[in-house]
Design a binder for this molecule. Structure first.
Ligand SMILES: Cc1ncc(COP(=O)(O)O)c(C=O)c1O
Length: 353
């Protein structure tokens, strides 16, 4: 097991030379090396950088752009990132354009050759599981001279390797599946090439300082050791739950890319291997009151935000996102954990009554 190295600074010799080659642990932290190397291998990249959260990882990519740059972002994306993009990033000078990324033709029409520097996608997207065609978007971005960044938090490297499909950057909220135990907030970016954009992303971390603590980096590596067994089991369970509730009289719709009738299924089947992930959403009959009454009766599922841990979580997404939310009021987002699949189905059944 690797040691945890809490040192923040490194000694110089009598001749003023750095004895270990390191200066200070904000720019240069030995605790990150193994987790970053593992993620780089899993994603098939040229390098990775850990961050203090998924948000600091994602925002580092946007901050690596320059004020005035045109950037395409998805209409459906993790709400806190969307708020930051339309608020903070716009004030800072990025020209943010939200696009329906499920339709590559819309992205192709919105991209501006020479002006668009970054196309950002999230697939499957939080919380409606909308699927974006990574290979198609990579081609559109590259034709315009832009790079493609993918939030692959829901897919994980178990199911999708965006770099192999043409993406330039992959981002994870490592808080979720990579760590997998709901006890670390962390983020990561992996690059396909050690280019200028990558140097700028690393400089955002080193200079703005959104660094992960040594203990958190150690826990993250420990969590990643079981990534494949956890995610494969969670995906199998999610598929079974999605299929079970497909024709339930109290369920309006099941949103899950593993269902053949789901709009993005064909693309998902092409770019996801070995399963479709542990996240699904249910639209419940009776609007927000029906959805809230239903989750109030659950005994095994925990009512909490976040996802990707070993315990199954459910949340009424619109309550979390607030009055500006575009999420349907009857939508419940489910993060399937490692409990017995039939127990999870049984609890949902009893609560639906
Ligand atoms: C898809 C996605 N991206 C990014 C984030 C942000 O990650 P963090 O909470 O680790 O900052 C989240 C958090 O829920 C997420 O679901």
């Amino acid at each position: 097991m690797p040691p945890i190295q809490p040192a923040t600074t490194y000694e110089r010799g009598a001749d003023n030379r750095l004895l270990s080659g390191r200066l200070y642990s904000r720019p240069d932290n030995p605790n990150y090396e193994q987790a970053e190397a593992l993620l780089t291998r899993l994603e098939g990249g040229a390098g990775s950088a850990l961050f203090s959260s998924g948000m600091s990882a994602a925002t580092a990519v946007f901050l690596a752009m320059r004020p005035g740059d045109h950037v395409l972002v998805p209409k459906v994306t993790y709400w806190a990132l969307r708020n930051w993009l339309v608020g903070w990033a716009t004030d800072w000078g990025l020209r943010i354009e939200p696009v329906d990324m499920a339709d590559p033709a819309r992205a192709a029409a919105a991209v501006r050759p020479g002006e668009t520097k970054l196309v950002w996608i999230e697939t499957p997207a939080n919380p409606t599981l909308v699927i974006t065609d990574i290979a198609a978007l990579a081609e559109i971005a590259h034709r315009a001279g832009a790079c493609l960044g993918v939030d692959s938090t829901f897919a994980t490297p178990v199911h999708t390797q965006p770099l192999a499909l043409g993406a330039d950057l992959v981002m994870h909220s490592a808080t979720k599946y990579l760590n997998g135990h709901s006890d670390v907030i962390a983020g990561a970016v992996t690059t396909g090439a050690a280019n200028d954009t990558w140097q700028r992303i690393k400089a955002v971390r080193a200079q703005a300082g959104a660094v992960l603590g040594p203990f958190e980096a150690w826990l993250l590596l420990r969590g990643m050791r079981t990534l494949f067994v956890r995610v494969e089991a969670q995906s199998r369970s999610a598929q079974a739950i999605a299929e079970h509730f497909l024709r339930h009289p109290r369920i309006e719709a099941v949103l899950y890319p593993g269902l053949p009738a789901f709009p993005g299924h064909k693309v998902a089947a092409r770019q996801m291997r070995g399963g479709f992930g542990g996240m699904l959403s249910l639209r419940v009959k009776g609007g927000a009151p029906g959805a809230l009454a239903f989750i109030g009766k659950l005994r095994l599922w925990k009512r909490a935000t976040s996802l990707g841990g070993v315990e199954s979580l459910i949340e009424h997404r619109a309550s979390v996102e607030g009055p500006q939310s575009a999420t349907p009021a009857d939508l419940l987002r489910l993060s399937v954990g490692l409990e017995d699949t039939q127990d999870l189905i049984g609890d949902l059944e009893q609560a639906l009554g």
